[in-house]
Design a protein around this ligand. Structure first.
Ligand code: FE2
Length: 283
């Protein structure tokens, strides 16, 4: 194990370097149960406070380089209407979005977050919690471990992620609002479940759950199959999160459309690897 990892993760509480230790086995079991049931698991105070400060500082240093996107968007991350679909189809419902990313390719070489993402210990721990192996780090050079910035009044409407599994690492909480809401297991490979998706977008709260994350907490989340959103940021403080992502396909990256809309640019890799998804889900 690299010595730097123990300055970032609370390895006393969460010995992810030794997946056979009873302590971590118990945590993995709890996460697996929560992920199976709710598509989501939380590990409190995973990151040490000193490291959290380093992450906060490295983001604030580059906060002017954050790409903010304010396009109105549907739950499948598109802003283009498809008039061939029925008028009330969820793909034709567009919602306000005001959300930004510090793209992963802008991170400094010795970045705290980038280092953490590249550790095998973290990947193996997440894989064990999910009960899925192998999983891979995302090949998308812009999105793989981006910092997410939501400024006052910022909002992230209902959507599905392109990557299968997302970690959310809370760095700075807003004064109010900015609550993560999600509907577990609403779609699965081969089944979009448009009817239920539409109900949630229209305001049905029956299946909606809320998650309160504190700075330092780590969330593991099945974002491709779980409709989710972040409510409006209230007060003057921005919400900072890091979103390292894991995938089932080590080759795939974001579509050129998503990359342009969400991360502000398209790289050759996005064009070269723009193929149909194997799971048949809208993307
Ligand atoms: Fe998301």
């Amino acid at each position: 194990m690299n010595d730097r990892l123990k300055t970032i993760v609370d390895l006393e509480k969460y010995p992810i370097q030794d997946l056979n230790s009873p302590k971590i086995k118990e945590i993995i079991n709890k996460c697996k149960t929560d992920l199976d049931k709710f598509s989501c698991a939380t590990i409190p105070n995973f990151i040490l406070s000193k490291s959290l400060k380093i992450m906060n500082t490295e983001l604030e240093k580059q906060v002017d380089e954050v790409f903010m996107s304010k396009k109105s968007i549907n739950a499948y991350l598109y802003s283009k209407d498809d008039p061939s679909l029925p008028k009330n189809h969820p793909k034709r419902i567009f919602m306000d979005r005001d959300n930004g990313y510090l793209n992963s390719d802008l991170f400094s070489k010795d970045s705290e977050m980038k280092f953490l993402y590249e550790q095998e210990e973290l990947l193996k721990f997440v894989s064990a919690c999910l009960g899925i192996s192998p999983i891979y780090r995302w090949a998308d050079p812009l999105a793989c471990h981006a910092y997410n910035v939501m400024r006052p009044e910022g909002i992230l409407p209902w959507h599905f992620d392109s990557c299968e599994f997302t970690l959310s690492l809370m760095i700075q909480k807003p004064e109010k609002g900015g609550i993560f809401e999600y509907c577990p297991n609403i779609r699965e490979p081969g089944n979009e479940n448009f009817e239920e998706v539409k109900k949630v977008i229209d305001g049905d709260r029956t299946k909606v759950r809320q998650l309160k994350l504190e700075p330092g907490d780590l969330q593991i989340f099945k974002g491709r199959f779980t409709l989710h959103r972040v409510t409006k940021i209230e007060g003057n403080r921005s919400r900072y999160l890091c979103i390292p992502a894991y995938v089932l396909d080590p080759w795939r990256v974001n579509t050129p459309e998503h990359s342009k809309a969400i991360y502000g640019k398209v790289l050759p890799i996005h064009l070269e690897r723009n193929k149909e998804r194997a799971d048949g889900l809208a993307d």
